[in-house]
Write a protein that binds this ligand. Structure first.
Ligand code: WT7
Length: 637
């Protein structure tokens, strides 16, 4: 079992140990797992290549560390507790023994479909137990899973499938989300018109919606699984064999396929889960994320299951049937650890405290937040009204690229401070650097957040593009991993994350590249060019503000164009990228060399044009005047 820290003194001791000798520290953690063959070198790395390898030549299968290692002790214990969207539908639970059998059956199914070690399997599914089963079945046979969030459009799905040439697609007839049904199979069919690599589509029956089944390509899940054995030998994997790909947005270009490998990710997700949440045997743990994001990978599936935990999966949304849904679930299953995003907290706070009336929430021991900075008001509401002043809040800072939590309180151990992610976990060496990459030592400093030493969960590459991996994370500042976030370290040495310093925006905890949204907008036939920036949004944290230059207006007039631009982005990327505000402008503020001065647009979007900074390089001052006049928000001048 994974080691657990119990006291502040214990944390300080572990931390010092981990920094003095990271390799010994992580080797000690890795000893807690079952390896078919032990590794012979703990770490090999350089941040120039970059090349990072952990537990070299170790052989293992991650799923053996979930199942075989633990079945004797807790085969009958619940592994997955599933709460459906509709409160009238029956819940499902799978014990470790049952989950094991399902994973093996599906692993055998994949094998029968010709999936081999190293093949990529795309997964586009709703939040049902079969989604978790698919990930584990891939891991069982060494297939590389690539989960695509079920809110993405056909175009976005196709782009991701093609980038890593997936062989099989797992999907469902549809997905329930509150009162709506997402027609997943229909969207997948559209995507597959441009995906040559997909040989087979396995379709789970979930909503009972009518779907087209393409003869020779599509098969029903239940039919495919029928008759498969519940035994499937675990494929031997090298520590550095790929476990999964997960796409995320960057500041430029197309989405990046973040690659995580087997040994390091296993050790890191398990270690951080147990420590951050202080999970104890028997606890019920509930993370509200979707498995389509890294939070779901690491802290619904892998981290909890590697610790033999009971992990709760919820199919629905926080506001349906009403804004008390999370709290009903907490009471129903006596949830002990609850992990959600600031945007969810803010949206529930905005609905008022009536929805908390009559809810006990007495089982809660730990509250967590992730995905974006949490504002103090939301922090206090969460702490006082949900946690009843007795649950520590773990504000966990991390990224798709980091595999697991990096900077966070350890629940009940690290003294918290509202809106501070507090201190690095053992083994993590964050630093703050100035614009030139000079490390700012001591306390009370602010700058760019970097990490100066590898940890087992760090991404190893971008699928098919190692050069871009280097460029994005290791080239801005020499010898450091650059996170893209700004941070400050206060007088107590506590870290506060200030948000992205690049052209990435964070909308409701979803990470989006402004360039990606601009590309989608520019596909509109009337659009000449566009620039997208974030603006402060009460619920979403950041909203999307698009400045758009059109050649001419269509018959629908301005209102019509705005609407069709928003629809276009929804179609091309998905509803999460839909601009909140679209302003048609005569031109964009550009420098004489043609570079868009985003700083000015950000100021306008933030509603404060009192200090636009240096505008001497501006080509046309008039444009700025017009932008301010036509702004979609009130602007102070
Ligand atoms: C970006 C990573 C890690 C899972 C969810 C998002 C922001 C994440 C926090 C936090 C302030 C946070 C950062 C980061 N972020 N957690 N606790 N406080 N900001 O994963 O999509 O890879 O996004 O989310 O800006 O870089 P992601």
């Amino acid at each position: 079992m994974v080691n657990r820290i119990h006291s502040l003194g214990g944390y300080i001791h572990e931390y010092q140990k981990s920094v003095a000798n990271p390799e010994a520290f992580w080797a000690q953690q890795a000893e807690n797992f079952y390896w078919k063959k032990r590794w012979d070198k703990t770490l090999e790395w350089n941040f120039q290549g970059p090349e990072i390898k952990w537990f070299l030549n170790g052989k293992l299968n991650l799923t053996e560390n979930i199942f075989e290692k633990n079945l004797y002790t807790h085969g009958d214990q619940e592994a997955i507790i599933w709460e459906p969207n509709d409160t009238n539908e029956e819940t499902r639970t799978l014990t470790y023994a049952e989950l094991y059998a399902e994973v093996n059956k599906f692993a055998n199914t994949l094998k029968r479909l010709g999936v081999e070690k190293g093949d990529r399997v795309a997964i586009y599914m709703p939040m049902v137990p079969e989604l978790a089963i698919s990930l584990l079945a891939c891991a069982r046979i060494g297939a590389v899973h690539s989960v695509i969030f079920a809110g993405f459009s056909a175009n976005a799905l196709a782009e991701r499938i093609n980038d890593s040439s997936c062989k099989v697609l797992l999907t469902a007839d549809g997905g329930f989300r509150g009162e709506k049904i997402t027609p997943l199979k229909e969207i997948a069919d559209e995507a597959l018109e441009s995906c040559a690599s997909i040989e087979t589509v396995v379709v789970l029956k979930r909503t009972g919606s009518d779907v087209n089944m393409h003869v020779g390509r599509d098969i029903w899940w239940h039919k495919a699984v029928d008759g498969q054995s519940g035994d499937c030998p675990a494929t031997e994997m090298d520590s550095e064999d790929e476990l999964f790909i997960l796409y995320t947005s960057g500041s430029t270009g197309k989405p990046k396929g973040i690659v995580h490998t087997t040994g390091g990710y296993m050790v890191y997700s398990a270690y951080t889960f147990k420590n951050v949440f202080q999970y104890s045997a028997g606890d019920v743990y509930f993370c509200t994320a979707d498995i389509g994001w890294i939070t779901g990978h690491s802290y619904i599936v892998y981290g909890p299951l590697l610790n033999g935990a009971k992990t709760l999966m919820f199919e629905g949304i926080p506001t349906w049937p009403d804004a008390g849904r999370f709290w009903d679930i907490v009471d129903k299953y006596q949830v002990n650890q609850f992990y959600t995003a600031p945007t969810a907290i803010r949206s529930l706070l905005a609905k008022g405290n009536d929805y908390l009336d009559g809810k006990h929430l007495a089982s809660l021991k730990v509250l967590g937040t992730v995905g974006e900075p949490i504002n103090e008001e939301a922090w206090h509401w969460y702490h006082d009204h949900v946690g009843k002043n007795k649950c520590p809040i773990v504000d966990t800072w991390w990224q798709t690229e980091t595999g697991g939590v990096m900077i966070s309180p350890i629940a009940g151990v690290t003294p918290t401070k509202p809106s501070f992610a507090t201190m690095p976990l053992p083994g993590i060496q964050p630093i703050i650097v100035d614009g030139e990459g000079k490390e700012l030592t001591g306390n009370s400093v602010e700058g760019n957040l970097c990490i100066k030493y590898p940890w087992p969960g760090i991404a190893r590459t971008l699928w098919g593009d190692h050069e871009r991996f280097k460029e994005t994370y290791f080239s801005t500042f020499d010898n450091f991993y650059f996170t893209g976030d700004g941070a400050k370290r206060d007088e107590d040495g506590y870290y506060r994350i200030l948000g992205r310093v690049d052209d990435v925006i964070n909308v409701s905890g979803h990470r989006l590249g402004t360039a990606e949204i601009e590309n989608a907008i520019n596909e509109h036939p009337l659009v000449n060019e566009s620039a997208v920036v974030a603006y402060p949004h009460d619920i979403k944290g950041q909203g999307i503000y698009a400045f758009v230059v059109c050649g001419e207006l269509s018959t629908g007039g301005e209102e019509g164009i705005r609407k069709s631009i928003k629809q276009g982005v929804t179609k091309i990327i998905g509803p999460i990228a839909r601009p909140d505000l679209v302003q048609l402008v005569p031109g964009l503020p550009k420098t004489r060399s043609g570079k868009i001065m985003r700083r000015i647009l950000r100021k306008v979007a933030e509603g404060d044009a009192t200090n636009l900074g240096d505008t001497t390089t501006l080509l046309d001052e008039d444009v700025v005047e017009k932008i301010i006049q036509g702004a979609q928000v009130e602007v102070k001048v």
